[in-house]
Design a protein around this ligand. Sequence first.
Ligand SMILES: [Zn+2]
Length: 337
Amino acid sequence: VNRPDYAREARYACADPVKLVVALGLEKGAQRQSKGMLVNCPVHAERSPSCSVTKGRDGTVQVRCFGCEFAGDALSLIAVRLGLSLRDRDSFREVLAEAAKIGGHLSLEAEIRGGTPAPDRKPLPRPELPPERDYPPIADILDVWARGGACTDDREICGYLVFRRIDPEQVAARRLCRVIPDPVPRWASYRRRSWHETGHRLIARAFDPTGRPRSVRAMRVRDGDSPKRLPPGGFKASELALLNESAHCMLRGKAQPGRVIIVEGEPDWLTWSTRTEEPVVGILTGTWSERFAAGIPRGATVTIRTHADDAGDRYAQAVIDTLNGRCNLRRSEPEAA
Ligand SMILES: [Zn+2]
């Protein structure tokens, strides 16, 4: 007889972030978010909420504080809130029982407390997954791009680019980036502040594997504590890459280039795209897939210029795994910034 996996069932039991927050008395001062709530962190003292309690990709609750190191699942949050330990056996059982109770599974709670598995009980099913998101409305993307200003007309943007040794004239002439227009759609925001306020004023288009513009990436051009680069808030951002004109033609099937450069992140993509006419594909977290690989011509020489760190190695490996035997692959470190 298999012993029930109570930890898993307990996570499944309280998979509703809002219900969990309320049950733990964390709703005071909390803010609703698309996937859950932002609450005052139970670990570090704070007056404005920075701890996110959301439904994760597997359907269970994920917790992450932006103000301290605290991160975990529903069980970690329950433990911290109730002063219990996940390491001590009795204490952990208490956490599991509490999770079952919060989820309204009282017989599971009793079973966990009693320590005797009920015969023939079916384990709790996996909670429903969060709905698959889509990209922002395509009309929004086309409109923001069409209304965007030239980099050369904006002093702040020019300063940002020149500081990074990127030629604003080339950025404008090659239509790589634009300055965000005013007004911007609601999704052009980060934690309720618009990209104008957070300083994310430089935008590049993000393309799907067929070369269609599906989203944008915004770059922060002044000091701040928000992420340096952002996708539109609340929308899908995976399987998108930055493309220069040659790379765009390639993925649209209009050109069969013999050489392709793959770089990591917005700054490297901009740097390389201002210096070469060859296709430059800028990959980001969640970009690479078989579909992108399928857009690279057979026999092309592909230079992979991802960073010399763990993330860069993972990106490179994903490219190698999908193109090995089809293209001539070279791994080359990017120039020092
Ligand atoms: Zn915290």
